[in-house]
Design a protein around this ligand. Structure first.
Ligand code: GLN
Length: 492
C-alpha cells in the first residue's frame, strides 16, 4: 500500500484491527517517508527507527490477540520537550543536546501503554520560547506548504511532521500558543486543553503555571483519539486535576451547533497587525458556522491590550526560575575547563543557552528581583486575574469565543522579526494560557500566497469535548482539513 499516510486515525485503527496491514508495515511506511522527505522539511531531531519497529511488532502481537487498545500500532511523533527514557530529549537546546532522560513523561508513558509507536522526537523553539521554531539549536524547520516559511512555534516540528505526512499525529505543548499557532500556520487541528487536564510530569518546564500538553493532527476526530489517551489525573503532577475524563471520540457529535452562541470579541478584529486575508477567512468560517445554526454574538474583552505585556512578564519570570536548574553541574551542557565554580555556572549557561532564552532569563530575573517584585511580577499577577474575569464574564453570555489563532500566516524563514514584533504575533493565544482555558485551532482556508489560515475557538474550563465537537461538525461540512501540501503528496 502506498497511501497509508492518507488514512485518518479511525481508518488506521480499523485497518490494523482487520489486519488489512500490520503495524510493522505502517511504521516502515512512515520511516521510509521520513528518510526521503524529512531532509527537506527537517521536522525530526531524532528518528527512533529501530525502537519504533520493536514497538510495532509488539503492537502486532497485541492486535492478533484481539485485546489491543484502539490506537495500538499507530505511529506518532513527540515534541522534543517530553522526556523519553533511553532516547535523547533536547528541548531544542544545546544545553540538553546529550540529555537522555532516565524516565518517560506521563504523556509518553500513556502513549506507550496504549501501544502507540514512537517514530521519534520533533523540533521546537529552544525551551519552547518562540513562534517560529527558528530558535532551535538544531536549525529551522520548513513549513510543508512553503519550505522557505516557518511552521510556527514552538511546536513547529510537530506541526510540520503531521502536515508533511511524516507522522499521523503528534504531541505538542502550549504555554502561550505553541500548539494553536503552528497548527494554524500548517493547516492542522490542534487542541490546548484546560490547565491541569494533561499531566506535565516529564514535560520540560518553561512557565509552569501556563504549560499544557495536547494533540496536533489533521482533524478534530484525530485529536480526540489522542486526547482519550493523554488526558487525565496524574499523582506525579500536583497541578493535574482529579476530574473525570470525557470520552472525546464518543462526544464528537455531542454539542449541537444549532443554537450555539459564539462570542466575537470586538477588540480582536480591530488589532492593527491583523492580516486582511486572515480576517476574511476567519469571518467566512464564522459565516459557515452561522449557516450551520450557530448564533454570532458581539462581545467585549476589555483586557486585550494587557495580554502581551502580562504574559511576557509572567512567562519569563517562571522561566528564569525553572531554568536555574541547568547549572552545568548535574546534567546538560558543561563548559570546558572551568577555573572555578562561578566560571562553571557562567560559561555553561552562556554557552549552553541561545539568545532568546538568555533574554527571557534576564527579563524574568529582573522582574523577580527584590526591588521590582511588587511593581512588575505582583502587578502582572493581578492583571492576570482581571484577564481571567473578563473571560468568565463573557462566558455568562456565550458558549465559546471565536478569534484568529494568529494575526498573520507563516513568516518567511529568516524574516528576523524583532523580539517585540514576534511577541505581538501572540496576541490571540496568550490570554487563554493566562486564564487556564482550553482552545482549539481549525484550518479554515488559505491566504493569497496559499498559506493556511486558522480559526481559534476558546471554551470555558473543561469544555474540550465541546470544542472538538464543534470543529468536528464544521469539518463534516467543509474540506479545509483534507487539503494537503504538495510535499505531503510525494511518495517515498
Ligand atoms: N510564542 C510564545 C512564547 O514565545 C508561546 C510559546 C509557547 O506556547 N511555548 O513564549
Amino acid at each position: 500500500m502506498t497511501d497509508l499516510h492518507r488514512l485518518s486515525i479511525r481508518e488506521l485503527s480499523e485497518g490494523l484491527k482487520q489486519a488489512q496491514f500490520s503495524s510493522r508495515e505502517l511504521t516502515e511506511h512512515y520511516l521510509k517517508r521520513i528518510a526521503k522527505i524529512d531532509p527537506k522539511v527537517k521536522s525530526y531531531v531524532t528518528v527512533t527507527a529501530e525502537q519504533a519497529l520493536i514497538e510495532a511488532d509488539a503492537a502486532d502481537v497485541a492486535l492478533k490477540s484481539g485485546h489491543a487498545h484502539v490506537l495500538a500500532g499507530i505511529p506518532l511523533a513527540h515534541k522534543d520537550i517530553f522526556c523519553t527514557q533511553g532516547i535523547k530529549t533536547t528541548a531544542g537546546s544545546k544545553m540538553l543536546d546529550n540529555f537522555i532522560s532516565p524516565y518517560d513523561a506521563t504523556v509518553v508513558a500513556k502513549a506507550k501503554a496504549a501501544g502507540l509507536v514512537t517514530l521519534g522526537k520533533v523540533n521546537m523553539d529552544e525551551f519552547a520560547m518562540g513562534s517560529t521554531s527558528e530558535s532551535s539549536y538544531f536549525g529551522a524547520t520548513g513549513n510543508p506548504w512553503a519550505l522557505d516559511h516557518v511552521p510556527g512555534g514552538s511546536s513547529g516540528g510537530s506541526a510540520a511532521a503531521v502536515a508533511a505526512d511524516l507522522a499521523p499525529i503528534a504531541t505538542g505543548t502550549d504555554t502561550g500558543g505553541s500548539i494553536r499557532q503552528p497548527a494554524s500556520f500548517c493547516g492542522l487541528t490542534g487542541l490546548k486543553p484546560t490547565y491541569g487536564r494533561v499531566s506535565r510530569f516529564g514535560m520540560i518546564a518553561y512557565a509552569s503555571s501556563l504549560d499544557q500538553g495536547g494533540p496536533m493532527a489533521r482533524s478534530a476526530e484525530d485529536c480526540a483519539y489522542l486526547m482519550n489517551v493523554i488526558a487525565g489525573h496524574d499523582a506525579k503532577d500536583s497541578t493535574s486535576v482529579n476530574k473525570e475524563v470525557d470520552d472525546y471520540v464518543a462526544n464528537l457529535n455531542g454539542t449541537p451547533v444549532k443554537g450555539l452562541r459564539i462570542g466575537i470579541p470586538k477588540q480582536y478584529f480591530n488589532v492593527a497587525g491583523l492580516d486582511a486575508d486572515v480576517k476574511a477567512r476567519v469571518e467566512e468560517s464564522l459565516k459557515k458556522l452561522e449557516e450551520m445554526g450557530a448564533i454570532l454574538v458581539e462581545i467585549d474583552l476589555n483586557m486585550t491590550e494587557a495580554y502581551v505585556p502580562t504574559y511576557y512578564l509572567i512567562a519569563p519570570a517562571e522561566a528564569s526560575s525553572n531554568l536555574s536548574r541547568f547549572d552545568g553541574v548535574r546534567y546538560g551542557y558543561r563548559c570546558e575547563n572551568p577555573v572555578d565554580l562561578m566560571d562553571l555556572y557562567k560559561r555553561s549557561r552562556s554557552e549552553g543557552f541561545g539568545a532568546e532564552v538568555q533574554r527571557r532569563i534576564l527579563i524574568g530575573t529582573y522582574a523577580l528581583s527584590a526591588g521590582y517584585y511588587d511593581a512588575y511580577y505582583v502587578k502582572a499577577q493581578k492583571v492576570r486575574r482581571l484577564i481571567q474575569q473578563d473571560f468568565l464574564k463573557a462566558f455568562e453570555n456565550v458558549d465559546v469565543i471565536a478569534a484568529p489563532s494568529a494575526p498573520t500566516t507563516a513568516y518567511k524563514i529568516g524574516a528576523n522579526l524583532s523580539p517585540t514584533e514576534m511577541y505581538l504575533g501572540d496576541i490571540y493565544t496568550l490570554a487563554v494560557n493566562l486564564a487556564g482555558l482550553p482552545a482549539i485551532n481549525a484550518p479554515v482556508g488559505f491566504d493569497k500566497d496559499s498559506l493556511p489560515v486558522g480559526l481559534q475557538l476558546i471554551g470555558n474550563y473543561w469544555s474540550e469535548s465541546q470544542l472538538l465537537s464543534i470543529v468536528h461538525q464544521y469539518q463534516q461540512n467543509t474540506d479545509w482539513h483534507t487539503k494537503r501540501a504538495a510535499i505531503a503528496e510525494e511518495n517515498a
